[in-house]
Design a protein around this ligand. Structure first.
Ligand SMILES: *[C@@H]1O[C@H](CO)[C@@H](O)[C@H](O)[C@H]1NC(C)=O
Ligand SMILES: *[C@@H]1O[C@H](CO)[C@@H](O)[C@H](O)[C@H]1NC(C)=O
Length: 245
């Protein structure tokens, strides 16, 4: 009896030591791959519903999302999904009308094409570049310059836009946005495992960490990292869904 109790305590202790050791080496040396593998089935779904010319969306993409992209260990545990459409509407002729006018429809379409053409590792830097420049001033050719800077082929986007594929993607985004439960009230509208963050968009990182049920919390979930990066968001101008046709 006593010896078996001793044996099981020893077993527990050695398992603990093993676990501590394993978590140390995985986080210190290779946290990206390790966390990604362990958490594969437990990934947190993060979605951004946005429109390209809303200042709050530009701000969120250029600051908060860009920060998230820098945290490789967090990126490894999420499925990030970007949905350009926002508060756009369909008119009686089934034309899409955008909150900030045709310029916005144009860039919603371009970014939808980029998201479709390239994986996020490529399309996000493209969208980051476009949104950064759009904050300063609208220009139809911003995206061409961005794709060239990033050595991405602009012809893919050009033909997606011109052959109507972009429009198909926008209709899909319209459908997805209209299907949101609860419906979005404004953009940027950020959901973590389908739950909206509402105006507490600056809690994105802690919400991801809380939602993550996989093994081994990423390093970025611990301590100061979160609070210092959360400052990036603070105040921004959301765009309300009050548009009528
Ligand atoms: C989205 O599309 C699906 C399939 O075509 C349809 O069943 C659904 O009603 C649409 N949802 C909305 C909100 O339009
Ligand atoms: C995340 O999305 C995937 C695919 O859309 C789904 O299968 C999975 O259940 C979602 N995970 C959570 C935690 O909601």
């Amino acid at each position: 009896m006593a010896s078996s109790r001793l044996f099981s305590s020893l077993l527990v202790i050695s398992l603990l030591l093993l676990a501590i050791n394993a978590s140390h080496s995985s986080f210190e040396q290779n946290n990206e791959i390790e966390v990604g593998n362990l958490g594969y089935n437990e990934k947190v779904n993060v979605s951004l519903y946005y429109e390209t010319l809303c200042p709050g969306c530009e701000h969120f993409i250029v600051n908060d999302l860009a920060n998230l992209f820098k945290m490789k260990d967090l990126m490894a545990i999420i499925n990030l999904h970007l949905v350009p459409y926002g508060n756009a509407k369909m008119d009686y002729h089934k034309n899409i009308v955008c909150q900030h006018g045709p310029h916005e429809c144009y860039y919603n379409n371009i970014e939808a094409c980029a998201l479709d053409a390239w994986p996020l590792e490529k399309s996000f830097p493209f969208i980051f570049c476009v949104e950064t420049r759009l904050q300063q001033q609208f220009d139809e050719k911003i995206w061409v310059a961005c794709s060239k800077n990033l050595k991405l082929d602009p012809k893919i986007i050009q033909s997606c836009y011109e052959n109507g594929h972009g429009n198909q993607l926008i209709l899909k985004n319209a459908n997805e946005t209209a299907g949101l439960k609860p419906p979005h009230e404004y953009v940027p509208w950020v959901t973590v495992n389908n739950k909206p963050l509402y105006e507490k968009i600056d809690t994105l990182i802690s919400e991801i960490c809380n939602a993550y049920k996989g093994q081994g919390k990423p390093k970025s979930c611990k301590g100061e990292v979160t609070s210092s990066t959360e400052k990036a968001s603070s105040k921004f101008a959301v765009c309300h869904d009050g548009m009528s046709l």
